[in-house]
Ligand binder design. Sequence first.
Ligand code: ARG
Ligand code: ZN
Length: 474
Amino acid sequence: MTLPRLRGAALATAALVAAGSLVAPNAASAAPGNPGAPRFSPGAPSIGDPYFPDQGNGGYDVQHYDLNFSYDPATRFMNATATITALATQDLDQFNLDFRGPEISSLTVNGKKTDFTRDGQELVVTPRPKPKTGQTFTVVVKYAGVPGPVTDPDGSIEGWIPTDDGAFVVGEPQGTPAWLPSNDTPTDKATFRFTAKVPEGLTAVGNGQLLSQQTKDGWTTFVWDNTEPMATYLATITIGKFQVTESVLPSGIPSYVAIDPRLVTGSANAVSQIPKMMEFFTEKFGPYPFASTGAIIDYAPQVGYALETQTKPIFSNTASVGTMAHEIAHQWYGNSVSPERWKDIWLNEGFATYGQWMYTEFNGGATVNATFNSSSNYGRAASSSFWQVLLADPGPMDMFSNIPYNRGAMTLHALRGKVGEDAFSRILRQWAAIHQYSHAATADFISLAERESGQDLTAFFDVWLFQKGKPTSW
Ligand code: ARG
Ligand code: ZN
């Protein structure tokens, strides 16, 4: 789904160029002197992110994912039909989806049975007739089997993670293709609908709003509708035994909180502060970008991290107040404004961590200034290995280390000191407003900060983002 600033058009051009270099010259189909004639070529098999070179694809722009499936935790068996609606951004004689899931029994494009091959996470589809630029096409993929986890460069797990009562489903940065054929890049957002059928007594919790819940013959079907554009890595449809609390915030935003009964007591404080966090961040960052809020607190201790799944952050164990604030802050920074490339991860983690620092101060805890200066942050010795990773390009091993989080948040605090309260507040709000439901890169942030402050910040960002070592003056 392409939103403001014609980013999609620029990307499509890039994809065409990339495809041109990868593919044998079937440009013979181009008709010189007949510019209106279709020029069919394969969509690029990658979006070109060096951290995850297989991720994403070119040649089309997904508008909507509809996944209808059943899952039985006893056998871990999934039976699924995914319907993907996409817009061709070039004349396509072939395109790829990212998919590591179970065996495919059938695939159609616009209702016609279609040939496909699989190679690693690449699902290569050859649609006939071929979609032309600007045409919408529908891909239906039927698959069944046992989906599983994906291991990341830093050794952490994501994807489809079976638990003792269901499945914990997370996808940052590359787990969603474990269970959904998709264009797995934050630069192609789409709306999502999940229809999940699970054994009676279990709850399937997805992004967005619950449209219906019906029990029949020992199975309950949940329909979840995520109505704003979402990056694939933020999708979840987590299954388990949950205590569910539905409410409406004073602002009118509905909230759906699902907690594993084992974690209710320990998470109560964090959950009770969601309304206050939403109000605080709305005041600081601008309007909340989504139609609903909530949380999923599940017991999956083998995961060991939380994730800002869109509208409902997910926790793999008891939720703390600090982590809840972090994940709620991500709804603006990370979810509505997503990173263009994974090297821009500080734009997610630095902002969410800074939001957490701000909420802590607001809530009567340490001031942001004290947190900046603490021994986990600026107080670290200059000799610490902490300072030896480049914030603007930390590498896939350090995407979720304390570099993007803590050095990222420190960068924002230093910027605040440099540009002053008013400009800083405008920068935060503008960042969320300009790139709402889209993606952006570090260079976009630098331009915005310079524009709003009226300062040349080259030396400032050089020290904080583009140089290793502990900044000493800026
Ligand atoms: N973005 C998440 C957070 O800060 C962390 C995700 C970690 N993912 C991973 N595969 N280790 O809340
Ligand atoms: Zn985070």
